[in-house]
Design a protein around this ligand. Structure first.
Ligand SMILES: [Zn+2]
Length: 475
């Protein structure tokens, strides 16, 4: 395949370069100013289009096997492709059983392999003891590492019975083991000694009256993130580089982690919204941590531009409609579908509007994730020998996010109605057409929440099962 006349976003370049890109056996084989098509070679005309590397979303919850009424690997990976994401890393906590052992990982692999539309890697879980099983041990981490996980995930505060939070003593042992194995530890960092009593106090003060969104946000303020990050970096002392804090919503917390030698990510919702938006968005905006002030939002953009926040993920975590609608600030499900909206959002609000230069855009949407999670041999950039994962993006197009057109099972998104600059025209995974916007637009109106993949995801051009497992470090 030959992609001709596009403006390619090549690693490190400050502006797109007009080049032709040849793909052989699924990988980029030649990049040059001008390449002539060979006999019988398929050509893709990309004049006027930006050619981007397929994005990596290193924080999603595709719930197969387990809570598939919320999201399945099939629908989640279809939604990923729609949004220009060709590789995801899936979290261990929302499967049943959770991915806390090599046996559970094999079980997960068997369940998702026939469904996957995009390429995928997994984290292993570090959980505390609970009704569903004992606390994670050093031996578990060794087995998970041998099975190829990209890192380990733990919670300082958890809302899941099947995946209890860890205490400091346990976590410090797990960090030591992970460091020895050369794998990062990803942590949901909100301090339980702040969040849990704050919720009790605020609920008591409210009495019988209906809770407000401020009640929820006030129970998980900036200090809860900052204290948690300070504790984490103290627990990791001497092994700070092992630590990665997920979905940071507080600028000072991100600065602390970065200065101490760890890494962190933020999510599109922390860059798009602030607590004032709960008035209009309600439960569709509920996540943990919650979005904070407009000032935090703007500071997170600055930290993303500087690199103190390494990259942006979606924390894609859809819910059933009844878990979001008709619930109050305490009982609504925390989590939003985002794997398909993050790249279009960052291209429009970050790059096209001048908040992120091209090198930082590329790092934030894939390059930095690939490096952090051992996927760089194949993923994260348009470069010779790497997988030909390509997004053809029209910077002059327009995209309006419509919840009813998402391929995800979850349709409660705070991004509903957002008008963005630019539009994704097509997506290629290992040189194969994976998503075609032209097919997507043929059928107007709401897509079905359940049913066949061709009805629910009309733009997807691949067959389920095309997606491949990426074992850490494996070329
Ligand atoms: Zn998450």
């Amino acid at each position: 395949m030959l992609v001709r006349n596009g403006e390619a976003a090549l690693p490190g370049a400050s502006a797109p370069l007009r080049v032709d890109i040849r793909v052989r056996e699924g990988r980029v084989s030649e990049i040059a100013e001008r390449l002539e098509p060979e006999a019988g070679e398929e050509t893709v005309e990309a004049a006027g289009l930006l050619v981007l590397p397929g994005a990596i979303d290193s924080h999603v919850h595709f719930d197969t096997p387990g809570f598939t009424e919320r999201e399945s690997f099939l629908r989640g990976s279809a939604e990923a492709l729609r949004g220009g994401v060709t590789t995801i890393v899936d979290m261990p906590c929302t499967s049943l059983p959770p991915v806390v052992s090599a046996a559970a990982l094999r079980n997960k692999l068997a369940a998702v392999a026939p469904e996957a539309l995009c390429d995928y890697a997994f984290y292993g879980g570090i959980r505390g003891a609970g009704p569903d099983g004992p606390a994670t041990t050093e031996r578990d981490l060794e087995e998970l590492a041998a099975a190829g996980v990209a890192g380990f995930k733990a919670y300082l505060v958890s809302g899941m019975d099947t995946f209890p939070a860890v205490d400091h003593e346990h976590l410090s042992r797990m960090i030591a083991k992970a460091a020895e194995l050369g794998l990062p530890v990803l942590v949901h960092a909100e301090d339980p000694a702040y969040v849990l009593p704050a919720a009790v106090r605020i609920k008591a003060a409210r009495g019988a009256a209906a809770p407000t969104w401020d009640d929820y946000v006030d129970s998980r303020p900036e200090a809860a993130e900052l204290v948690a990050c300070a504790s984490l970096m103290a627990l990791a002392r001497g092994r700070e580089g092992t630590m990665h804090v997920v979905h940071v919503g507080t600028a000072a917390a991100a600065e602390h982690v970065s200065r101490a030698g760890g890494s962190c990510e933020t999510c599109a919702h922390y860059l798009a919204f602030s607590r004032e938006d709960f008035a209009a968005k309600g439960a569709s905006l509920k996540t943990a941590p919650p979005v904070k002030s407009a000032e935090e939002r703007e500071r997170l953009w600055e930290l993303l531009a500087s690199g103190a926040v390494s990259f942006v993920t979606s924390d894609h975590a859809p819910a059933r409609p009844e878990e979001k609608r008709g619930r109050d600030a305490w009982t609504a499900y925390g989590g939003i579908p985002g794997v398909g909206t993050t790249l279009p959002f960052l291209l429009s609000e970050g790059w096209l509007k001048g908040k992120l230069g091209l090198p930082r855009l590329l790092e934030a949407t894939g390059g930095a994730q690939a490096a952090r999670f051992g996927l760089s041999a194949r993923k994260g950039a348009i470069a010779l020998g790497k997988d030909a994962d390509l997004v053809l993006f029209d910077p002059k197009g327009r995209t309006t996010i419509r919840a009813e057109r998402l391929y995800s099972k979850g349709r409660d998104t705070p991004f509903e109605g957002l008008a963005l600059e630019g539009s994704i025209r097509s997506v290629y995974l290992r040189g194969r057409l994976a998503y075609d916007a032209a097919r997507d637009g043929e059928r107007p109106g709401a897509l079905p929440r359940e049913g066949s993949i061709s009805d629910a995801a009309p733009g997807v051009a691949l067959e389920p099962g095309f997606g491949r497992f990426l074992s850490r470090g494996c070329p």
